[in-house]
Design a protein around this ligand. Structure first.
Ligand SMILES: [Cu+2]
Length: 121
C-alpha cells in the first residue's frame, strides 16, 4: 500500500501527460473523388482516367465478395471488403498506363478483375 502511495504521484503525472498530449487528427485524403466498385467479378469503372499532377482519390466500395485492388506500378494494394469503402490517394506524379487487378483469390472470375489507370500528361 505504501509503495502504491509513493507511485501515485508518478501515475498522476503520467496521466496528466497523456491527457494533455496533442490529439493526432486523421487527415482525410484530398482531391477529386473517383468512385470505384468491386464486385464478383469486375471493377467499375475498369478504366480510370486522371491528369498528371491532379489530386485524386479512389474511393473503392466493396459490393460483393472480398477483393484486393492492386496496382503494382503505383505501390497500391488495398483490401476491399463487401459493404466497406476504402480511400486510396492516386499518385499522379508521372504519366502512364498502370494495370490494376484483384489480388485476393475470389473465385471463378478472379482473373477477369483487371483494369487500367491512365494518367494523362
Ligand atoms: Cu479476386
Amino acid at each position: 500500500m505504501k509503495r502504491l502511495l509513493l507511485l501515485s504521484p508518478i501515475l498522476m503525472l503520467l496521466l496528466a501527460a497523456c491527457t494533455t498530449a496533442p490529439i493526432v487528427e486523421q487527415v482525410a485524403p484530398q482531391g477529386r473523388i473517383i468512385p470505384v466498385t468491386a464486385e464478383l467479378w469486375k471493377f467499375t469503372p475498369n478504366v480510370i482516367q486522371a491528369k498528371q499532377g491532379e489530386e485524386a482519390v479512389l474511393q473503392i466500395t466493396g459490393v460483393s465478395g472480398t477483393h484486393g485492388f492492386s496496382v503494382p506500378d503505383l505501390g497500391i494494394n488495398a483490401t476491399i471488403i463487401q459493404g466497406q469503402t476504402v480511400s486510396v490517394t492516386l499518385p499522379t506524379d508521372r504519366p502512364g498506363t498502370f494495370d490494376f487487378r484483384c489480388s485476393v483469390p475470389c473465385g471463378a472470375g478472379h482473373k477477369d478483375m483487371t483494369g487500367q489507370i491512365i494518367v494523362a500528361p
